[in-house]
Design a protein around this ligand. Structure first.
Ligand SMILES: Nc1ncnc2c1ncn2[C@@H]1O[C@H](COP(=O)(O)OP(=O)(O)OP(=O)(O)O)[C@@H](O)[C@H]1O
Ligand SMILES: [Mg+2]
Length: 191
């Protein structure tokens, strides 16, 4: 299996007061293409810290982090931004949808960073909304949707560009049990 993520002897420290706080240490991890991986742990155990490093939003203090064979510390700011916009989809606990935009516009948003013709963008947005079963809400605004529907829009937005990896930080935390199950099943099916 092709390695997407390879993390070796990784440590993450944050500045804290005059000293430092070690949030993660001795992290060794490989995630292969097509894998569905979850991190479980109590509040403060470092799940978000690890996801931010995997998503190249933050950098480790020690050790190696490779994304598709590339040492992330060797990327320039511009290269890591390009890697995120082309290869990584993000889903957050609080949806992070743009309230004044329609469902279509929210899902189209990450495609605006890529150089794609409008007709192609339209086709990709429609496909992504089909995958999450929300084509009938394409012109709605987020405040006209339920929590579960908002999170499905966020999933569509994360997958619309067909990223190699989707990083999701507690994507079901704001949902009831039934919607949580539905969201998780949608993610498994899409994977
Ligand atoms: N920017 C920061 N500066 C200093 N310490 C931080 C920073 N971000 C996180 N921490 C600390 O690192 C530890 C891990 O935080 P993290 O947010 O990764 O935990 P988590 O497992 O995601 O928790 P939760 O389940 O509550 O979301 C915590 O003790 C936190 O206080
Ligand atoms: Mg967290």
């Amino acid at each position: 299996m092709e390695n997407l993520i390879l993390i070796k002897d990784m440590v993450k420290r944050y500045p804290a007061g005059a000293g430092e706080f070690t949030a993660l240490q001795d992290i060794n991890l490989i995630i292969g293409k097509g894998e569905f991986t979850g991190f479980v742990g109590p509040s403060g155990s470092g799940k978000t810290t690890l996801l931010n490093i995997i998503g190249t939003l933050d950098q480790q203090s020690e050790g190696d982090v490779h994304f598709m064979g590339t040492d992330v510390l060797k990327l320039t700011h511009k290269q890591s931004a390009a890697l995120r916009s082309e290869k990584i989809g993000f889903i957050f606990q609080s949806y992070n949808l743009l309230p004044v935009y329609t469902v279509f516009e929210n899902v189209e948003f990450p495609l605006l960073l890529l150089n794609l013709p409008e007709s192609k963008r339209k086709e990709m947005v429609h496909k992504a909304l089909e995958w999450v079963g929300l084509t009938d809400k394409i012109n709605s605004k987020p405040d006209q949707l339920s929590g579960g529907e908002c999170q499905r829009v966020a999933i569509a937005r994360a997958i619309v560009k067909r990223p190699v990896i989707v990083v999701a930080d507690e994507p079901t935390a704001n949902l009831d049990a039934e919607n949580s199950h539905h969201i998780l099943q949608t993610m498994v099916d899409l994977n």
